[in-house]
Design a protein around this ligand. Structure first.
Ligand code: KG4
Ligand code: ZN
Length: 337
């Protein structure tokens, strides 16, 4: 079965071709350079860029895969959550391909795709597992019990972790997107110089809250201008301390939930899963408990169409169908049974 995947939910225009579970191509055009001038993603510009780049990206994905349009068995596309205009660009394109070739259209939930993305490289992962989807728009913890059977057991009450990285980077004068900038700066910083508060809820729930941490960074910068000017404290130190606080919050939460749900496997995905410090923190925890830990390689962590095609393929194989009348859903949640 050969499936074309299309992803346009935010600022990456991506197309991928999969033959069963094997990735034949995964082309990603990042709009980061365009949005950087504005310090964040501009929805209207994102939608236009997707429309302009989709034909080229799809063409390249098909050529790299060595597959003709007539060889496709289905087209999978992200229909939510994400930016409305950006999603419409991808869904309209996918609909026209599905209609003109007479092949099934599979609407894919972007969050489910992140959740399943580690299967592409580690097909042996066994349900149930604890799935952490940590990206620019989401900080969700799911108990994944089977394909299409996910229970949300915790999320953020305010900012997503990636959003916190992006906002903290802005305060520190580091370029957008903040995650990679902070990770890079943190390599040269000393995380022990500052103790930022953890992103935990006071009520001991399984939820996160990153807005307090964000405010703490802001106040720290304002109150320590002298130390920053004298070089006693550097932007790199603040970045390192911030990154440590985010990673600790997540690994501490994991250690609480672990006991409650008897977890044997942890799966980390989403853009923030590209963060090496976070991965190491989680690995330290899972190693100490003797549980399995899987996370995709960098290209499959951040937004990409391979995970969309993969999720579409799994749906198609298990007979889950989407109508051609599918509409975008910017607020789409992962189905809870
Ligand atoms: O999954 P993704 O590509 O898009 C969404 O679905 O949101 O995630 C993008 C987010 C951004 O907030 C970006 O700053 C963050 O992932 N990110 C990172 C790193 N690379 C990307 N955060 C921390 N460390 C990184 N190395
Ligand atoms: Zn994403």
């Amino acid at each position: 079965m050969i499936v074309l995947g299309i992803e346009t939910s935010c600022d990456e225009t991506s197309a991928a071709v999969l033959e069963n579970e094997k990735v034949l191509s995964n082309v990603i055009f990042s709009q980061i350079k365009t949005h950087r001038a504005y310090g964040g993603v501009v929805p209207e510009i994102a939608a236009r860029e997707h429309l302009a780049k989709l034909p080229l990206v799809i063409d390249e994905a098909m050529r790299t895969a060595g597959v003709k349009m007539s060889g496709l068995d289905g087209v999978a596309v992200t229909y939510g959550p994400g930016l409305a205009g950006a999603l419409i660009a991808g869904v309209s394109y996918a609909k026209s391909i599905s209609f003109s070739l007479g092949i099934p259209l599979i609407g894919v939930n972007h969050l489910e795709a992140h959740l399943l993305s580690p299967f592409i490289e580690y097909p042996g992962i066994k349900f149930p597992y604890l799935g952490l989807v940590i990206s620019g728009g989401h900080t969700n913890m799911y108990l994944a019990r089977g394909l299409g059977d996910y229970k949300l057991i915790g999320s953020t009450r305010d900012d997503a972790a990636g959003e916190a990285f992006d906002k903290a980077a802005k305060m520190l004068g580091l370029q957008y997107p903040g995650g990679p900038s902070i990770a890079k700066a943190a390599l040269k910083g000393d995380p022990s110089k500052i103790n930022f508060p953890q992103a935990q809820m006071k009520d001991k729930s399984n939820d996160f809250s990153f807005s307090g941490l964000k405010t703490a960074v802001l106040y720290y910068i304002e109150r320590n201008k002298n130390k920053l000017e004298s070089g006693e404290i550097t932007v790199n130190d603040i970045a390192a301390a911030f990154q440590k606080a985010v990673a600790r919050s997540i690994s501490n939460k994991l250690s609480r939930i672990y006991g409650e749900y008897g977890i044997k496997t942890v799966v980390l995905s989403g853009g923030v899963a590209a963060n090496t410090y976070l991965k190491d923190e989680i690995k330290k925890f899972t190693d100490s408990k003797g549980i399995f830990f899987y996370t995709p390689s960098m290209k499959l962590c951040t937004d990409n169409a391979a995970m969309i095609a993969y999720t579409g393929y799994r749906h198609l194989k298990s007979g889950i169908k989407t109508g051609v009348d599918i509409d975008v859903d910017p607020e789409l949640k992962v189905a809870v049974r």
